[in-house]
Structure formats: C-alpha cells, structure tokens
Design a protein around this ligand. Structure first.
Ligand code: MG
Length: 412
C-alpha cells in the first residue's frame, strides 16, 4: 500500500464559481447553460475570454480569444466580467473542505489541489475520489475532475483526461494505454514553444517522446528536456508541499499597449499595487520588502526590490516605494509588462509600534480598510481612484493570484 495522490481540478473554474455564486445571490439564471464567457472589460476592446461555457465552446470560442472575435462567432454571447474576489473565496472554501479528507493538501493553482493519502488501496482510492467529486457538487454547486495515481504528475495527467465531472486513474501500469497515446502537447510542461521542436524531430505523441533519443532531447532542450522526458515515463520526484504559508503576494500584467512614459507607468503601477495590497490585507499580512519588475518590448526583464523600515499593508506606502524603484530601474525602453510584488511577510496580528510611519500613512491605512469594505460590498470598481476615472485603464489590474500558488506555472 504505497501513497495515493489525487488531483482535484475545478471544471471551467471561473465560470463554475460565478454560476454557483450567482445562484447563491438569488440571480435567476445559470450561465453554464447558455453560450457565455467570463471576459475582461468589453468596452476597452482589448478584453479576452478567460473561461467559456460548454455551449460557447460549440461556437468554437476559445480561451484567450478576444471578446470581439468571440462575439463574431456568437452574437448572442453572454459576457460576464471576472470577479476575482469570488474566485479567491471559492478556492479557499474548497481547500478547507478538502482538508477534512486529509491534512496533506498541496495547493497547485487557484482551482487545483493535490491530496495525499498513505493508507488507501487503489479500489478504496477510486471510491473516495467519487465521494469527493460528488460531495463537492452537492455542497458547492459545481463540478470537478479527480485524477488518481501514486505521484503528482500522473494524478494531474489523469485529471486532464475526459471532462467534466469525472474520476480517472493513471497508475504506472496504465501509462502505455492512457498516457502514451496522447498528443505530446498534452504532457504537463510541454508548451507552445516546445511542441513544434518535438514535432520537427518526429515526436507527436507522449509515447514517442518516452521512446525518443534521450541524448537529443537532453542536449537540445537541456534540463527542461530531461524533465519532460521523465514526465513521459510518468516519473516525478518532486516533494509534496503542504500547508506552506504565503511567502509573497504580487501581480503582474501584460499591458494592452507599450507604455513609454512615466505617468502612464505610474498609473499602471498604482492599479497593480491596489490589487496586491488588497490581497495582502485579505491574507492578514504585512510586508517589508516591495519589488517591481519591468519587461520591455524585446522581452528584456529587469527587477528591483527594496526593504522598508517598517511592515505595512497600506496601498500608499507600497505605491510610493514602487514608484521610486520604478524610476530608478526604468531605462526608457517601451514597456510590455509590469509587475508589483511584496514579500518578507508577517502576520498583521503581530502589531508593532511603527515609529517610521508618518501620520498620513496612518490615515491611509484607515482609508484602505474602508475602501476594501465598500468594494467587497458593492464590487471592485465601486470606488476607484481619481486617476482612473475617464481612462481605459483598469483600476484593479491583475488579480489572478498565481503567486499565492507557488506551483502554478512552473514544475510540480
Ligand atoms: Mg480547472
């Protein structure tokens, strides 16, 4: 009886959570049953599809497509704006529920978790997986996929098989029939850039990758090549990381246009800082290190951080320092992406006397809390700073809390 790993993945998370939330709020519709998408600001003409309903999928609408394109494919499309606060709350509720089955829960992304069990037989694991899937549906009103195996990689691959509302196993003895037959781009960490390279070498399925020339893969694709080669064999040596406290919070946003002046960049940074600071306060944390990252139009990247003299969760404190850092760092090249991060966190329950903080920032702290309250009651954009009014800029940029989920975009 070895370890059992389950991968829990919310089906069309943003759409499902929005639907469940609307039901809870007494809104008389189910956006899952009509052609609908969760999408950014439609008026800005730059919004994209973040999630789509199954009916929308039938119109060939795809995630990442612009809302304009999506509308052309389906004129009656219902576009629902994203509500990250609902997603963060829904994610947390699911995570807490999953902890009632095992204390070993590793958060992988906002809508994905791994569970570990050490005392289950295969058949028992499958039975439990169905129970988890069905009770989530009953309790929370949305569906999940559950993948079952003995390591995280295979559990995740299993969870990605047929969706929605399904449980699948992918144990090592099932790799040949269930994993190797899949197209190589279905393997975790084989992205858009790797796929054409593999295809050029005649590798189209995961099985072909597993049985390819290891020397070629290793020399051409370096450590990433060695990793995906091992993944193709179902090997995953990563450790199971449970209950890690949040180490940093941040947001970055690829901009809709290249930014070439300080003023616009500062407005963007304020937008990113607003969301970051709000998330920091939501997590009941204060930060002492703030950092800014700039990606220019040629994908050159630079970052800089500074340690403050005090711990803070105040938008203004963070913003002022972010702007100073930005001004020191920026070389004037057109900017493609901006990021704001805060780290060196401590719980805000540890109240320290802050001799460095000035009167104004104390007032701002109170203001932040009031704004948070209003926003949580009346919506993200009910209170916006003057600089954002009459602009196309979003007052709260980013908001996709991937940094809280360390494993989201990199390796398991
Ligand atoms: Mg999902």
């Amino acid at each position: 009886m070895g370890q059992i790993i389950m991968h829990i993945d919310v089906n069309s998370a943003f759409l499902s959570w929005t639907a469940a939330y609307e039901k809870q709020m007494g809104i008389d519709r189910d956006i899952r049953t009509v052609p609908s998408v969760i999408g950014g600001n439609e008026q800005s003409r730059h919004g994209i599809v973040l999630a789509k309903s199954t009916t929308a999928k039938k119109f060939k609408i795809q995630t990442g497509m612009s809302l304009m394109e999506a509308r052309q494919l389906c004129p009656n499309l219902l576009v629902v704006p994203p509500n990250y606060r609902v997603y963060v709350r829904a994610s947390k509720a699911m995570r807490e529920y999953l902890m009632s089955f095992t204390p070993d829960v590793q958060v992988f992304s906002i809508d994905e978790c791994f569970l570990r069990f050490t005392d289950l037989k295969r058949e028992e694991a499958v039975e439990l997986a169905y129970k988890i899937k069905d009770t989530i549906k009953e309790k929370f009103g949305y569906t999940v996929n559950v993948g079952i195996s003995d390591n995280k990689l295979l559990a995740k691959q299993a969870g990605d098989l047929e969706k929605p509302d399904k449980c699948h196993t992918m144990f090592p003895d099932e790799i040949k029939e269930k994993l190797w037959v899949l197209p190589v781009e279905d393997l975790f960490m084989v992205g858009r850039r790797t796929k054409p390279k593999l295809n050029r070498w005649g590798i189209y399925t995961i099985g072909e990758l597993a049985n390819s020339d290891y020397y070629l893969i290793s020399t051409q694709l370096k450590s990433h090549g060695r990793m995906i080669y091992n993944y193709a064999w179902g090997r995953d040596c990563s450790t199971f990381k449970t209950g890690e406290p949040i180490k940093s919070v941040g947001n970055s946003s690829t901009l809709k246009f290249n930014v070439c002046d300080h003023e616009t960049a500062h407005v963007m940074l304020l937008s990113l800082t607003e969301m970051t600071a709000w998330r920091l306060r939501e997590a009941n944390m204060n930060c002492r290190v703030v950092s800014v990252g700039i990606k220019d139009k040629d994908f050159g990247y630079a970052a800089k951080q500074r340690k403050l003299d005090f711990f803070t969760d105040c938008t203004r404190d963070i913003y002022i320092n972010i702007c100073i850092l930005f001004d020191e760092l920026w070389d004037g090249k057109p900017i493609r992406q901006l990021g704001v991060h805060v780290s060196d966190l401590e719980s805000s329950n540890i109240k320290q006397i802050n001799i460095f903080q000035d009167e104004l920032s104390k007032k701002n702290e109170i203001l932040d809390k009031a704004v948070d309250k209003i926003r949580s009651k009346f919506g993200d954009e009910s209170v916006i700073r003057g600089v954002f009014a009459n602009t196309e800029l979003s007052p709260l940029l980013g908001g996709y809390p991937d940094d809280e989920y360390p494993g989201m975009s990199s390796i398991l």
